[in-house]
Design a protein around this ligand. Sequence first.
Ligand code: ZN
Length: 343
Amino acid sequence: MLLTTIAGSLPKPPWLATPEMLWAPWRVPAELLAEAQRDAVLIALKEQEAAGIDVVTDGEQSREHFVHGFLETIDGIDFGKRVTIGIRADRYKAEVPTVTGPIRRPTAVHVDDVRWARAHTDRKLKFTLPGPMTIVDTLADEHYRDRPTLAREFARVLNEEARELEAAGADVIQLDEPAFNVYLDDVTSWGIDAVHRAIDGLRCRTAIHICYGYGIKANIDWKKTLGSEWRQYEETFPLLAASRIDQVSLECANSRVPISLLGLLRGKDVLVGVIDVATHEVESPAEVASTIRRAMEYVPPERLYPCTNCGMVPLPRDVARRKLHALGAGARLVRQELGITSR
Ligand code: ZN
């Protein structure tokens, strides 16, 4: 009970990529990159284990970005044709590749990553993939010219990939869908359907991560415009509660999300963000424990997974490391209070 996990990413070592930025360029020559990424995964696994994280990830060490990392080898996307567009309803600008032809996955993207991580940890392993709506929102499209259609195409290749990742040993496959907090009408009309297509036939646990974004300035400024209570989840959680997804990962620490909204996810595992990724200030174990206790008013401990609010990739490494330890220690405190000795 109260098994800990993380949203997905961890900072990369400074010898691998430029620290503290998104889309950070690699610092290793192409011929050494894959080996360097594998080394970084070992460090990421070790650090999570040392901090007491129960369901670990590869720290997303082999991707330049959580969306584009998956797309690099997908046919139909031209990375030479990059354009700058406003993403997440124009919250910030990003340089994105363009869909110029039919979407096809000629080869597995992350199977070797899962095999490598699986071979080097005994813990449960989660692997993250970008969700269909978020992919569609992080691309230019000159071919399909219709977001629901494009999302269905990506759901198809995500499903092909997810089935192979499951076979390679992933215990949990998570779709990252920050766009679900932006395009609420689309979630209803085609977002959930695309997620269902992406997880179709999987026997492992499936998760969806919906957050208010990385701790970058554009997101922090956006949050200031959302008022005193953030109620976006109020629309999406009932849809997710009725969906076939097993787990929902959400932002909670230091957020203005009313905690009672967690009650809308009855029947699902809830990955409660108890670590704020938008500040370098490190939570104390007592603060983490207090957020877990508040969440326990709405989520039973066997369904509650203390987690980070979002990925930690843009954070300084030592900050992320200390936050991991706070997460592990805070969950331990509450387990002790509840007299839980086994996991
Ligand atoms: Zn996130």
